[in-house]
Ligand binder design. Structure first.
Ligand SMILES: C[S@@+](CC[C@H](N)C(=O)[O-])C[C@H]1O[C@@H](n2cnc3c(N)ncnc32)[C@H](O)[C@@H]1O
Length: 327
């Protein structure tokens, strides 16, 4: 399998199942973010979008519908193997083959965390039915003895509110994500590229700088670009030679950490929250998170410690709220 290394990150040309078997040891990846071929004639997907085909990189490799189930089971099993315990995986899927993706995920020991609906407004135009305007994002974790990385408040502080008085953190963590597709006139692109904003959100919540991020289906190398831009390490696979060459070329121009200065800095998430009043939203988040930690088998004492760090509150404050909530 051919590998191109750019600034220490590895891009492999070839089938991701064979490739993962060959180059990725068990438990070697912290986070997988991937967008497999949809098995619905992806090589004709451009017909859905109003854009200039001259800028679209040719060579997208589709999977025949009759092979989709077997194909999905094979790559999902590999993804589950290479993910470390407590690592996370996000799989983007359309509706048509969602049942194959769910079936494959459920055949592994991975555990569902959320079913996210990604809503966008660049869908197919219809006259006699509703307009398709969403994808599914399946967010799973590999069970383990520790804690899954989930950087609560990495984007919005717990007290930050929008003009309508609603908590920005709460809104950002709802499981329907309204993020528009990017229209990039004049730039060479892969069919069906994921928006940077969507990828940044997954990586911010579910990984830290220096973590190893993997994409089994590189396509336009969007996940790679965002991972390197956020100073994560990266490994990935793409089976199509022209798409691979275009992507590697693109990665040569990406500087590690170049997206970091543009990230929004959450307000009020730093130290010194002791003594501040608990809002109903924050209390709700605390109760949910406590339930998750206990379900993972954590003792109450350890859970209170973890919650203290995550919510930036003292032990007594956490214990008091839990008591008040009957926990
Ligand atoms: C939906 S696209 C990925 C799009 C990507 N997320 C982006 O933002 O540009 C799926 C990609 O997987 C590639 N592919 C298809 N079968 C593959 C396989 N067995 N191994 C690796 N890549 C494959 C296709 O050529 C295509 O580029």
């Amino acid at each position: 399998m051919r590998v191109e290394e750019v600034a220490g990150n590895r891009y492999h040309l070839g089938d991701c199942v064979e490739g993962a078997r060959e180059v990725l040891p068990d438990g070697s990846v912290d986070l997988i973010v991937t967008d497999p071929p949809y098995g619905i004639g992806g090589d004709r997907l451009h017909q859905h979008y109003n854009r200039d085909e001259a800028h679209v990189v040719e060579g997208y490799v589709e999977v025949p519908p009759e092979e989709y189930g077997e194909f999905t089971h094979a790559w999902v099993a590999e993804a589950a193997r290479v993910l470390r315990p407590n690592g996370s995986i996000y799989v983007v899927s359309g509706y048509t083959n969602l049942y194959h993706v769910l079936d494959a995920l459920r055949a592994t020991d991975l555990r569902e965390v959320n079913h996210i609906v990604w809503r966008y407004s660049f869908g197919v135009h219809t006259r006699r039915k509703f307009v398709s305007s969403h994808y599914h994002v399946l967010y799973y974790e590999r069970p383990g003895p520790g804690r899954r990385t989930f950087n609560a408040n990495v984007r919005f502080g717990p007290e930050e509110r929008g003009p309508d008085g609603r908590s920005l953190d709460y809104a950002d963590r709802e499981d329907v994500w309204a993020i528009d597709r990017e229209y990039k006139p004049g730039r060479r692109k892969n069919k069906n590229e994921l928006p940077t904003e969507l990828l940044v959100k997954m990586l911010q919540y579910s990984s830290d700088p220096g973590d190893m991020v993997c994409d089994m289906f590189l396509g336009g190398f969007g996940t790679a670009r965002v991972a390197v831009g956020l100073a994560r390490r990266f490994v990935g696979f793409e089976v199509s030679p022209p798409i691979f060459e275009a992507g590697v070329e693109r990665m040569r121009g990406v500087r590690e950490g170049d997206l970091l200065p543009d990230l929004r800095v959450p307000r009020g998430a730093g130290p010194g929250r002791t003594g501040q009043r608990w809002t109903p939203e924050e209390t709700g988040l605390l109760v949910d998170r406590y339930g998750e930690l206990r379900a993972e088998g954590m003792t109450k004492t350890r859970a209170v410690e973890v919650l203290g760090a995550e919510f930036d509150r003292g032990r007594f404050a956490i214990t008091n709220v839990l008591k008040r909530e009957g926990l």
